[in-house]
Design a protein around this ligand. Structure first.
Ligand code: ATP
Ligand code: MG
Length: 256
């Protein structure tokens, strides 16, 4: 149950609803304590980005969908925040792109994995992750656990809201890593092959649209070979920079 109702007329309705979903997910035992803090970090960056999908994010979303379509064994790695915010979007995109879904947690407890898997089961969807039988190389403790049928043997992993060390470990295993992360400066954003600097639910909705679009093969190959993640991250930082300068100028004029 949500603790308070957000009026639809509120100028930041969308953002407040997402905050409520995270709190609800926390109360249901899906979201870790650190997940609440991570959400706040995301909100702060979304403010800077204007709380909308920018052109550089659209491009990364398109490239990500094309790459997943070309992959042999793509896996969608889901944590508590992702399940709390966008479980229906995860299922829709996984179906559209033929991806397996694996519950994979940084702060792993068997209880939390089961609760997240239960949320998927309640929607008639079966996920991997409850019975780990492999480890991500180079990581210690429970955060290394994964499944052979899923992440361990994947060629491409879509892993939104991920931690930097784990992203690097997946890259070191030779995986193509796609992330969704509002902070263009995070280690995950800097380490992934494709970084979508956009809010999770917006990004997944856009990706579903792209997934259902017909695109000819030549255009797809060209878009992917021209895609440059470093340049894309630069665009995100330059956008924040110019947006802040513009906002600061307006503020100054108002004070004069
Ligand atoms: P890193 O480990 O990559 O350096 P970090 O330690 O700051 O980053 P993590 O908690 O490991 O952060 O990962 C969560 C990331 O997800 C953060 O960069 C945060 O800004 C981002 N984030 C949080 N909520 C959302 C959201 N709804 N949509 C997109 N990104 C989000
Ligand atoms: Mg981290």
């Amino acid at each position: 149950m949500t603790e308070f109702k957000v009026p639809k007329s509120h100028p930041r309705y969308e953002s407040l609803m997402k905050r409520e979903r995270i709190i609800e997910g926390f109360n249901k035992g899906l979201v870790a304590h650190a997940g609440l803090i991570a959400h706040g970090r995301g909100e702060a960056f979304d403010y800077l980005l204007g709380e909308k999908t920018n052109d550089f994010a659209k491009l990364a979303e398109q490239a990500a969908v094309l790459k997943i379509k070309q992959s042999k064994a793509p896996v969608f790695s889901v944590n508590g925040n992702v399940a709390a915010l966008a479980i229906d979007e995860v299922i829709a995109l996984a179906k559209a792109l033929n991806m397996k879904v694996e519950v994979n947690l940084f702060y792993r407890t068997e209880e939390r994995v089961r609760r997240i898997a239960d949320e998927f089961r309640a929607r008639g969807y079966v996920v991997l992750g409850e019975v780990p039988d492999a480890r991500i190389d180079g990581l210690e403790h429970a955060r290394a656990l994964c499944t052979k049928a899923g992440i361990y043997s994947a060629d491409t992993v879509l892993v939104p809201l991920e931690d930097g060390d784990r992203t690097k470990a997946l890259r070191d295993m030779g995986k193509f890593v796609i992330t969704i992360d509002l902070n263009p400066l995070s280690r995950t954003a800097q380490t992934a092959n494709i970084t979508i600097v956009d809010e999770l639910t917006r990004a997944l909705k856009n990706m579903l649209e792209f997934a259902n679009m017909k695109i000819n093969n030549r255009n797809a190959v060209e878009l992917l070979s021209n895609y440059n993640n470093e340049a894309n991250l630069s665009s995100a930082l330059l956008f924040i920079n110019s947006r802040l300068s513009e906002l600061a100028r307006h503020e100054k004029q108002e004070r004069l």
